[in-house]
Design a protein around this ligand. Structure first.
Ligand code: NDP
Length: 476
């Protein structure tokens, strides 16, 4: 056996990850259910490094040095279970099985438990950056035992993206911690993209700019606090002209946004944890709404008058307001995502270091942004911070942008342009900030019809009012 690591599942992600590993001088065993993908890899890229190809799973396992490290890069869900089930009988105690697919973290919890009972390490590895990242340096979020990371860490850190000499790869915590933060990462990505899309819509529908002009605006934004892969990519996409029609590319793409599920998972889990991730939730629902084409067509027929909206008296000022609103909303979306990571970590006892997540998301992944340096610094200054929102840098950004944020949301409402992520982020900010919330009335109503009791502002204890009787209050 001469391979230091093995990888099975050679579709786009697995193939590129295998090439990345080989290019970094590690001998890698490769396998795919359909052998042609394995032989194609060796034919096309075999000279990039030391690959050991196998047609059968048995030969593949036998070609890897013990204790073995085997990365599975297949379709998430049942296919992953099928591959694990086929692999396990061929393995020896102490071997490490790594799932690099987009597994739901609860599947990872289950698989880790099952393999531990067999004396095997199971690692849930979140990989971000798409196929390009897999080849040239992804961001890698590893969940698993210390022993497993000791062996895998050096290989993974060598293939990950690097920012300021620091690899974008971290041992997030045990078992499913890596897949959990990858899930939230994707949720944040949903929110980020929705905020960008709303900004584009406002610049086009309210400010009247053409896609190419909006591309220029995004390029300018990319020189400031908003500098990020997604802002840069938005400029590229908006600048693109469709070859067939000569129209802006964005106008020939059907306005139906699909989803593979990680945004939905993030929101479902946030509901369980009781963490308001309103930006991510609205982003996920906005994609769902876009897909309800029949309802949209029906609604367009019935509600066919556009609100007039107030005329824009200063277009440049509005564009700058949108930038400020985008930044403030983005701060909220990230603060919410980091709250969810903290809550998930508490719930499962993972001990996730949020600052380390900001550090490894600075490169390789889709949400890579200059902004993450600020998050990393905020956690370095105050590891147990209550919310990112109130740390000096972000508090300042939100305070400075608040008036612009309100103007943008008000303008959007007036013009009938939906900005669910902008609006819900602002509502979240105001909800946190206000001294009194109408939750008092909700709690009073709950006591009225369900005897759910309430706490008082002026005395300790739990109280109930005899709503159906003499309206006297009893302490319970
Ligand atoms: P796919 O998700 O399309 O999966 C295809 C691979 O799975 C093929 O190698 C296929 O083998 C294998 N496979 C499917 N069913 C089985 C089975 N029952 N038994 C054995 N092998 C099976 O590939 P991707 O490369 O897009 O993604 C791989 C993983 O990485 C997924 O979990 C995905 O969610 C995740 N991921 C993807 C990203 C992306 O940008 N695409 C980004 C980050 C993570 P065969 O060739 O024989 O059909």
């Amino acid at each position: 056996a001469r391979a230091t690591i093995g990888l099975t599942g050679l579709a786009v992600m697995g193939r590129n990850l295998a090439r990345n590993i080989a290019r970094h001088g590690h001998t890698i065993a490769v396998h795919n259910r359909t052998t042609a993908k394995m032989t194609a890899l060796l034919d096309e890229f075999g000279d990039e490094g030391d690959f050991v190809g196998s047609e059968s799973l048995e030969d593949f396992v036998a070609s890897i040095q013990q204790p073995r490290a085997i990365v599975i890069m297949v379709k998430a869900g049942e296919p992953t279970d099928a591959v694990i089930d086929a692999l396990v009988p061929l393995l020896d105690e102490g071997d490490i099985v790594v799932d690099g697919g987009n597994a739901h973290f609860t599947d990872t919890l289950r698989r880790e438990q099952a393999l531990k009972e067999k004396g095997l390490h199971f690692v849930g590895m979140g990989v971000s950056g798409g196929e390009e990242g897999a080849l040239n340096g992804p961001s890698i979020m590893v969940g698993g035992s210390d022993d497993a990371y000791e062996k895998l860490g050096p290989i993974l850190e060598s293939i990950a993206a690097e920012v300021d000499g620091t690899p974008c790869c971290a041992h997030v915590g045990p078992d499913a911690a890596g897949h959990f933060v990858k899930m939230v990462h994707n949720g944040i990505e949903y929110a980020d993209m929705q905020l960008i899309a709303e900004s584009y819509d406002l610049l086009r529908s309210v400010a009247g700019l053409e896609p190419a002009e909006i591309a220029q605006v995004f390029r300018e934004w990319n020189d400031g606090d908003l500098e990020s892969f997604l802002i840069e990519t938005t400029a590229v996409v908006l600048d693109h002209t469709d070859a067939i029609t000569g129209k802006p590319f964005v106008d020939v793409v059907k306005d139906v946004a699909e989803q593979k599920g990680t945004g939905r998972w993030t929101v479902q889990n946030a509901l369980d944890l009781g963490v308001p991730v309103t930006g991510i939730a609205e982003a996920t629902f906005a994609r769902s709404l876009s897909g309800h084409t029949e309802q949209r067509a029906a609604a367009r027929k019935v509600f066919d008058t556009e609100p007039e909206g107030a005329p824009l008296d200063d277009r440049d000022a509005f564009v700058d307001d949108v930038r400020a609103a985008l930044y403030a909303s983005k701060v909220v979306a990230y603060a919410q995502g980091f709250d969810q990571i903290a809550a998930g970590s508490d719930e499962h006892g993972w001990g996730v270091d949020p600052g380390a997540m900001a550090t490894i998301w600075r490169g390789g992944c889709i949400i890579r942004a200059q902004f993450l340096d600020r998050i990393k610094e905020a956690y370095a200054d105050e590891p147990d911070l209550t919310t990112l929102l109130t740390t000096p840098y972000f508090a300042n950004a939100v305070t400075e942008g608040a008036d612009a944020w309100r103007r943008v949301v008000a303008t959007a409402v007036g013009a009938g342009v939906p900005t669910p992520a902008f609006s819900s982020s602002l509502a979240y900010f105001d909800g946190l900030r206000r001294e009194h919330l109408p939750a008092a009335l909700i709690q009073a109503l709950r006591d009225n019809f369900g005897a759910h009791t309430y706490a008082r502002v002026d005395r300790d204890g739990t109280f109930h009012t005899a709503w159906a009787g003499d309206l006297s209050e009893v302490e319970s």
